[in-house]
Design a protein around this ligand. Structure first.
Ligand SMILES: Cc1cc2nc3c(=O)[nH]c(=O)nc-3n(C[C@H](O)[C@H](O)[C@H](O)COP(=O)(O)OP(=O)(O)OC[C@H]3O[C@@H](n4cnc5c(N)ncnc54)[C@H](O)[C@@H]3O)c2cc1C
Length: 350
């Protein structure tokens, strides 16, 4: 069967791209190896800037955070509050199913099939799934962190961040991020679903997790990984575009991946619609803002890992509003990076 575009993966990235292309009259097939609604290991925290793409995010959220606490080794704390939301918390099972249903309502076809293999040239893509064989003009790889499409294209992440997430008996009604233990991204505790976790490029995060959380306080602990890259080579090839985690586009410091998944899906769909002869080149141009932002986030993660106390103390003193804007997404990682660098420079020349 022939489609204008086949989307592999029905997470936030895939469903968003499928919806836009179907709305514009493309014949679209979206496949996912899992039956929906499906569970996805995730904190479900989406920064407030998502409202640009999902105006009804408030209705889809289980919780909305107006308060965040940045802490250092659990003790020193900086509390930031706002009358506007910092972030929305979604249940991924419900949220992803809503996005897929919206895509199907727009006219695309959904099949519960697993991508097995691809063959492609500049004019045609052949897609082999667990059940069928399809052909299409374009393909969007939205199949997440362990993307089969990315592997078939021989594209690799720059590195991976390991994560462990569990549930805590200690309930909170704010976001808590602790950067005090060095060489990690951070520990997090969220108001939704009792979620707590750790993210780090280090291998043995089990030990680090239980160094911070009390064994008798946490349960249901599971691990996964987040691939990171900020190169145009990770965005695909020719008529095959990678989006979201398949393109390794989660923010390397905050590890927020849902926003860039949805944002990159908009850019990939726009590239196919506006530049049908060479969507990859167009997508590389459009996505350069994401790649640049992620580079700065990577630099921040390096500074945090090396100088956690310095970062904590600098952000604590008079920079609450910058931090609040960063959490909401109103200030970029580039803004935060330069703020930290300016302070680092001042400290060095003193
Ligand atoms: C522990 C943890 C906590 C996180 N917390 C947050 C958070 O609080 N906020 C945030 O923004 N981000 C968070 N993230 C990152 C976030 O989950 C991802 O960035 C986001 O899900 C990416 O969306 P996506 O659509 O690209 O991929 P996914 O949501 O992973 O969707 C990919 C889909 O592809 C399907 N698939 C995979 N392989 C195939 C195949 N071969 N054939 C067909 N289908 C296939 C999968 O079944 C899946 O449904 C977290 C990640 C982890 C691991």
């Amino acid at each position: 069967m022939f489609y204008d575009c086949i989307v592999v993966g029905a997470g936030p990235a895939g469903s968003t791209a499928a919806k836009i292309l179907s709305q514009c009259g493309y014949k679209v097939l979206i496949i996912d190896s899992k039956a929906f609604p499906r569970v996805k290991l995730c904190g479900g925290c989406v920064s407030a800037k998502i409202i640009d793409y999902i105006p009804n995010i408030g209705d889809l959220s289980e919780k909305i955070a107006f308060k965040a606490i940045l802490s250092y080794k659990k003790s020193a704390c900086l509390s930031i509050e706002s009358t506007e939301p910092f972030a929305y918390f979604v249940d991924r099972k419900v949220f992803d199913n809503y996005l897929l249903e919206s895509a199907v309502k727009s006219g695309c076809k959904f099949e519960n099939e697993k991508l097995i293999a691809l063959s492609y040239d500049d004019t045609m893509i052949e897609v082999y799934t667990s059940k069928n064989h399809y052909k299409s003009k374009y393909l969007i790889g939205a199949d997440g962190a362990n993307s089969t499409v990315r592997k078939i294209l021989h594209i690799k992440p720059k590195f991976t961040i390991k994560t462990l997430q569990g549930k805590s008996n200690t309930l909170i009604d704010y976001i808590n991020v602790d950067i005090g233990f060095g060489k990690i991204n951070y520990y997090w505790s969220f108001p939704q679903n009792q979620a707590c976790g750790i993210a780090s490029p280090k291998k043995n995060i089990n030990k680090l997790f239980y160094k911070y959380y009390k064994t008798d306080d946490v349960f249901d602990v599971k691990g996964y990984f987040i691939p990171i890259a900020f190169s145009k080579n990770n965005l695909g090839k020719s008529n095959i575009l990678l989006v979201g985690d398949a393109a390794c586009l989660a923010d390397p410091f905050s590890l927020e991946g849902i926003y860039n998944a949805i944002y990159s899906a908009h850019l990939a769909a726009a590239s196919i619609l506006s530049f049908p002869k060479n969507p990859y080149e167009a997508y590389v141009c459009l996505a350069s803002k994401i790649l640049e932002g992620n580079k700065y986030s990577y630099y921040i993660s390096q500074i945090v890992a090396k100088f956690p106390y310095f970062v904590f103390s600098k952000l604590s003193k008079g920079n609450e509003s910058v931090l609040a804007d960063y959490l909401k997404g109103a200030k970029s990682s580039k803004d935060l990076f330069w703020l930290l660098l300016k302070n680092l420079y001042k400290k060095t020349i003193k």
